[in-house]
Design a protein around this ligand. Structure first.
Ligand code: FAD
Length: 382
């Protein structure tokens, strides 16, 4: 911080979700001083029903933060990719990639609880019931609590708010799809296999979670009302109609739903502020990339700010934005391509998609590239 600055020597993080907490821990580990603000009252945040597929790279990062919920994570040994209307199935396997697992399935709530405990252990200050609004001057913001409004300032404000407001998005795709989530029992034990099944209505993902499958079923927005009102037997019948016999589901519980879309900021830094993870880019969950990408954002930011006297310095923020460009844009494009390409029912697309899957099945280097991309993010680029 410069001698003439009037800013408090600190970093403010907006959002105590999994990303805000992971960012706080990564920065604290690098010697920075942080405070977190969250709009929800303590212990009043809604339950997060999302079940996350996390890469080996994310596990490595969470382990470094002492926040990996090891006992609650189910390893993925194989991912089967196919389309309901096609003939080709391709498989990515941990054995072929010489890794212990292609990824891990863990409840977002378990990740959040583990990070919260670790933040408490590290003595990180979190103010709940504190809604933050950006101020007009760099590093300034207002905090609204039950006691009223007050002004605060920090050298750097990091937004981990979990979304990009429509007005702030430079790139926006409404897939007109919602994700329906549930847990379901596999008709036969899943043996740690995950399935990504592309159907004419949208992708259907089955993730091994304990002895069950965590299901992410993307359906057209026009069908959401009907399906939310329908009972479990309707869900099971409609999902099973898209699945081969060996992957059929039986019991079903813990239903939830989320609207889907892509929203991206092109500028992820501003004067003394930075947007991370979902606050910088909100992705379709088709390839399970959102939080994986967000953790890489947090880690790179912490690395960039190591030993920085002024963590909000423009040159540092520019360096951070440059370092994240390739990973952010390539992950968003890849996710967008899958979400559009495999949900579209344009004539001729089914054989084309089969060709893509066939190329993956028959070309090990391509398969290896895709697997490593999912495991490690942009580090997989040659
Ligand atoms: C259906 C679905 C499936 C997904 N599956 C995967 C997957 O398999 N793998 C994967 O990597 N990712 C996946 N994702 C993405 C992943 O869930 C998110 O990236 C991640 O959970 C977001 O965490 P977060 O901390 O950024 O946001 P959140 O959990 O939304 O937390 C944001 C916090 O910020 C607070 N906040 C917001 N605004 C303010 C404000 N103005 N002032 C103060 N506090 C504020 C909120 O109260 C909240 O606590 C999926 C997403 C969906 C929708």
């Amino acid at each position: 911080m410069s001698a003439t600055s009037t800013l408090t020597p600190s970093i403010a993080i907006v959002g105590a979700g999994p990303l805000g907490l992971a960012t706080a821990l990564a920065l604290t580990r690098r010697g920075q001083q942080v405070r977190i603000f969250d709009a929800h009252a303590a212990n009043a945040a809604p339950q997060d029903y999302r079940i996350l597929a996390l890469s080996q790279g994310s596990r490595d990062l969470l382990e470094l933060l002492d926040a990996w919920p090891a006992r609650l994570a189910t390893p993925i040994s194989t991912i089967h990719v196919s389309q309901a209307t096609g003939f080709v199935q391709t498989r990515l396997s941990a054995r072929e990639q010489h890794v212990a697992a292609l990824g891990y399935v863990v409840a977002a709530q378990a990740v959040l609880d583990t990070l919260r405990r670790q933040a408490q252990t590290q003595g990180i200050a979190i103010e709940y019931g504190a809604l933050v609004e950006p101020g007009t001057e760099a590093g300034h913001f207002t905090v609204s609590t039950a006691d009223g409004k007050r002004h605060e300032q920090a050298e750097l404000v990091i937004y981990c708010e979990g979304g990009v407001p429509e007005a702030a998005a430079d790139l926006q795709h409404d897939y007109a799809q919602h994700a329906l989530l549930c847990l379901a029992s596999p008709a036969t034990p899943h043996a740690n296999h995950a399935h990504e099944r592309f159907t004419p209505r949208g992708p259907l993902a089955l993730l091994p979670y304990g002895n069950e499958y965590a299901v992410v079923w993307s359906v057209p927005a026009s069908e959401v009302e009907r399906l939310l009102a329908a009972d479990d037997t309707v869900w099971l019948a409609e999902m099973n109609a898209c699945l081969p016999a060996a992957e059929r589901l039986s019991g079903l519980h813990e239903r939830a739903h989320y609207p889907l879309g892509l929203r991206m900021r092109s500028q992820i830094t501003g004067p003394r502020c930075v947007w991370l993870g979902n606050a910088a880019q909100t992705l379709h969950p088709v390839a399970g990339q959102g939080f994986n990408l967000a953790l890489r954002d947090a880690w790179t930011l912490a690395e960039t700010l190591t030993a920085a006297d002024d963590p909000g310095a423009e040159a540092l923020l520019r360096r951070y934005a440059r370092a994240r460009r390739l990973d952010r844009t390539s992950t968003a494009r890849f996710t967008d391509l899958l979400a559009w390409g495999f949900a579209s029912s344009l004539p001729g697309l089914t054989p084309l998609r089969d060709l893509g899957l066939l190329a993956l099945e028959t070309l090990p280097p391509l398969r290896q590239f895709l697997a490593r991309r999912m495991i490690f993010g942009a580090r997989a680029w040659p």
